[in-house]
Design a protein around this ligand. Sequence first.
Ligand code: SF4
Ligand code: SF4
Length: 119
Amino acid sequence: MKVYVEKPKCTGCQHCKDVCPVSVFELRDRTKQDEVNADVAPPEMQWKGQSDPAVVQKWGQVQDGHKHFADTNDGTSGGISVAVNGSACILCQACLIQCEGECIVIDDEAGNTYHSIYQ
Ligand code: SF4
Ligand code: SF4
């Protein structure tokens, strides 16, 4: 399994990390571009310092008890998610329905691709 995060769309909600049973995700500081991009995501999904405007418009002002687009993670939210352990994914799909930015993509060994849709 390969797990990718489209990082410009990541709000830092941390839902992926909270629901993943096999610790695929880690939240890293937005200001540390090299650390955020130290995974297998293709170039177009990597963090270049600019969040996707459409996702900012959707989530930037939402008050739901955790931070959106904050530079650093405080243990509950903030930063950007990095799929540091994608090979452990068991395709439970929990992250795919919890991802605010709809920015998680998973490729399985059979060539199927799964995209996150927030529910
Ligand atoms: S689909 Fe994979 S990455 Fe997502 S929560 Fe389940 S095990 Fe973790
Ligand atoms: S659930 Fe999606 S938007 Fe939230 S931190 Fe994870 S990848 Fe980013």
